[in-house]
Design a binder for this molecule. Structure first.
Ligand SMILES: Cc1cc2nc3c(=O)[nH]c(=O)nc-3n(C[C@H](O)[C@H](O)[C@H](O)COP(=O)(O)OP(=O)(O)OC[C@H]3O[C@@H](n4cnc5c(N)ncnc54)[C@H](O)[C@@H]3O)c2cc1C
Length: 259
């Protein structure tokens, strides 16, 4: 039967739980830990790091599996859960990098996601399953609050405006249900756009005029949201038609397509 212990403060919970884990590691050094991100486990991770620094917690033979990762976010990305764990725990203890397990967020939506999940399940099975799972459940296991940060628009040296997190601006909004209504912030620049080296306009869209729709790269044309930034379907249709005509003109020297 599950035993429930209620602690007076998060610090008291972190202290007792970290001590328990450190003692368990001395008896079962090859412990398989399931870890979670979020604010709840941070005091625990801080306490584990402190015990490790004091020589009282040895993770050299332990294995970890984290719960989740953002889809489309690679491990090197500072917004990733992997980076969160590095900052709050892994960077402070002697866990072997090969025993740290994470879902790879840098996969493409669709079948690749399923393959990645299957790979992860098999890795957990090979490790013999999770011995201890750390979770932040709130009071009822559901959403309690939204953890937010304030952002501001800052202009970089290249003249482009980007949204930046304001330091120490974290705050919390109580919530039972969260609906995300997110706007489009411009073309995805990481990947093809960045690699091609095409010139961007000050808003971060691919620069091209509306006469010939040519970008700074020969034979590369841009139209619609890629060129205008967030816009409307009617503009996408208009620019698509005009761009098609410009390409025809470029290839054939003349065009009968409507402008
Ligand atoms: C949530 C939302 C709601 C909207 N509501 C409205 C609305 O009510 N009315 C309205 O008029 N407009 C609306 N818009 C805006 C409208 O959808 C866009 O302005 C329009 O779709 C832009 O068309 P586009 O052809 O320029 O780009 P997109 O429609 O974005 O098409 C670009 C295509 O290129 C593909 N692509 C991207 N990278 C690559 C690559 N490397 N290789 C191959 N393919 C690639 C993408 O998958 C996509 O299919 C909305 C937009 C959003 C996001």
């Amino acid at each position: 039967m599950a035993r429930i212990r209620i602690f007076e403060t998060p610090a008291a919970l972190a202290h007792v739980l970290a001590g328990h884990l450190a003692r368990t590691l001395t008896v079962h050094p090859a412990l398989v830990l399931g870890l979670a991100t979020g604010r709840t486990p941070i005091p625990l991770y801080r306490e584990l790091a402190r015990l490790h620094a004091a020589g009282r917690a040895d993770f050299s033979r332990a294995t970890t599996f984290n719960l989740d990762e953002f889809l489309g976010v690679g491990a090197q990305d500072p917004r990733s859960y992997r980076a969160f764990m590095q900052k709050h725990l892994f960077g402070h203890i002697n866990l072997a990098p090969r025993r740290i397990h994470f879902l790879n967020g840098a996969v493409h939506a669709g079948r690749e996601v399923q393959r990645e999940c299957d790979r992860y399940e098999r890795a957990i099975e090979r490790a013999g399953g999770i011995d201890v799972q750390i979770l932040g459940l709130g009071t009822n296991g559901h959403i309690e609050a939204l953890e937010c940060v304030r952002v501001e628009w800052l202009q970089g040296a290249d003249g482009r405006w980007t949204m930046q997190e304001m330091p120490d601006s974290a705050f919390e909004l109580k919530a039972d249900l969260v609906l995300l209504a997110m706007g489009f912030l411009g073309p995805v620049r990481a990947g093809m756009v960045a690699q091609s080296g095409v010139t961007l306009d000050p808003r971060g869209n691919v620069a091209a005029n509306t006469l010939d729709y040519q970008t700074s790269l020969p034979k590369v044309f841009a139209a619609g949201d890629m060129r205008r930034g967030q816009s409307l379907v009617v503009w996408a249709i208009r620019e698509g038609r005009q761009c098609a005509r410009a390409i025809d003109q470029f290839l054939m020297g003349s065009s009968k397509l409507p402008r």
